[in-house]
Design a protein around this ligand. Structure first.
Ligand code: ADP
Length: 157
């Protein structure tokens, strides 16, 4: 089975990577769909984000990386994924994630959203925390793959 894992990945963290690996183990194939939102300025360009995910998932079989604009359900339909994978960290993720899941269900009844609880060691990890730490010169090597750490260093020095 093939699942769609959509997100901004701005940038990719070990939390995202953990979800990609677990999703693949559970379902067989994971399509990582990077949202290109022209309304929102991302810290990293779409190309950089795609490159980071490509590099970080190099050794993992059956992971496909694409970009998309617009509705997640349209992307899922196009990629022939009937399951949408999302992660849940703390309770704070819950309300937002539930809202998206319900919206997607309204837009496409055939799509199911599956949530994976974050692994304990990644529960406080987010792209914004990573950027904040990197901005002030902190060590992010335990939070992000080395390609991302390199890009962050380049961005903030
Ligand atoms: P979005 O802007 O769509 O929320 P993100 O890149 O922030 O995109 O996150 C994509 C998905 O990955 C979300 O479902 C989010 O909850 C999940 N996620 C983010 N960080 C982690 C983490 N540390 N552990 C598990 N899931 C995570």
């Amino acid at each position: 089975m093939r699942v769609l894992y959509p997100g901004s990945f701005d940038p990719l963290t070990f939390g995202h990577l953990d979800l990609i690996k677990r999703g693949r183990r559970m379902f067989g194939e994971v399509v990582v769909a990077v949202l290109n939102n022209p309304e929102k300025t991302a810290t990293f360009s779409l190309d950089t984000r795609l490159n980071q995910i490509n590099e970080a998932t190099k050794g993992i079989k059956d992971v496909h990386i694409i970009s998309f604009e617009g509705l997640t359900v349209s992307c899922a339909a196009e990629m022939k994924c009937s399951i949408i994978l999302r992660g849940l960290r703390a309770l704070s993720d819950f309300e937002y994630e539930l809202q998206i899941a319900h919206t997607n269900k309204t837009l496409g009844e055939q799509f199911e959203t599956i949530f994976l609880a974050t692994s304990a060691q990644h529960s406080f990890l987010s792209s914004s925390v990573v950027k904040e730490v990197a901005q002030f010169g902190g060590d992010v090597s335990h939070m992000v793959p080395s390609i991302v750490a390199k890009d962050l260093k380049h961005l903030y020095t």
